[in-house]
Ligand binder design. Structure first.
Ligand code: HEM
Length: 253
């Protein structure tokens, strides 16, 4: 992704018309597949200064895709009168220095941060190996399997991306499920034992955390079933999903 910044200096008497033009221009911008996000901000210290921030899928997608599209024609018709007032128009590459983009803690932080999911998976796989339905699937698992799954969960819930960096990311995880022919009763048992383990190790039990956590588990286990069937042809490349709070983040007044 690439971020484009466009800085404008707009005379006071034109600011309302300028903002209205951008409100209209935002319609084709929002429907352009190359545009990930956009935001027009006005300076409080110097009200004539505006900054438009547009996140593009890539600079090439912006220049060769968007600029040649019907969306651009519509967008440009609205903002054309303000081109002489542009002070800067540049693409920027994000560096490694940035925040989370949110003031909410990640689910990883809320769960307890480093070590929380490892305690969970240790307790969980101990019970898995005692379970009549699941033991046959896991009896030959790698001794470090609980650690690897914890690493995966860390990454999904906003922790370090060690699973992708060191363990092979999504393709490796997927490969571990292929051909396993997981059944629905096994999936349900897997979920129940994981929920029990979450209680046992004291993962936060507030409704917001557990709903988000179990939402991912429901989603992930359904994918695991589908991908594990002998006739399955799942996507072989995909990013590790990043799970957030959804519609109910922690309420803080
Ligand atoms: C949200 C749901 C799930 C997640 C996040 C998950 C995660 C993972 C990960 C990360 C691995 C690879 C570990 C490594 O790097 O070696 C793995 C392997 C495996 N998973 Fe899952 N899994 C899920 C659901 C399931 C379910 C429902 C079952 C079966 C009931 C299952 C059975 C297995 C088995 C048998 C392996 C291979 C273990 C071994 O032999 O080492 N998974 N899983």
């Amino acid at each position: 992704m690439i971020v484009e910044y466009i800085r404008y200096l707009i005379p006071d008497e034109q600011s309302s018309a300028f903002e209205a033009a951008y409100a209209r221009a935002a319609v084709p911008l929002a429907s352009a597949p190359q545009c990930v996000d956009y935001e027009l901000s006005r300076s409080v210290d110097e009200p004539g200064s505006y900054v438009l921030r547009i996140v593009w899928t890539s600079a090439a997608d912006h220049i060769e895709g968007f600029r040649r599209s019907a969306n651009f024609t519509e967008f440009f018709a609205e903002i054309r009168p303000y081109l002489p007032m542009v002070q800067e128009m540049r693409h920027y590459q994000r560096t490694d220095v940035h925040g989370t983009g949110s003031s909410e803690p990640s689910l990883y932080e809320w769960a307890g941060g480093a070590g929380a999911f490892e305690r969970l998976t240790e307790a969980f796989y101990r019970e898995v190996l005692r379970d009549d339905l699941l033991e046959p699937l896991f009896r030959h698992m790698d001794a470090e399997h609980p650690k690897f799954v914890a690493m995966w969960l860390d990454e999904v819930f906003g922790g370090p991306d060690t699973y992708t960096a060191k363990r092979g990311g999504y393709p490796h995880m997927l490969a571990q499920h292929l051909g396993k022919a997981i059944t629905e009763p096994q999936r349900r048992r897997w979920i129940n034992l994981l929920a029990d383990a979450a209680d046992e190790v004291g993962l936060p039990s507030d409704p917001e955390f557990r709903a988000a956590f179990m939402g991912y588990i429901e989603w992930g286990t359904r994918l695991a079933i589908g991908n594990s069937q002998p006739e399955a042809h799942p996507m072989t490349e995909a990013p590790v999903p990043h799970w957030g709070w959804g519609v109910a983040p922690p309420y803080r007044g």
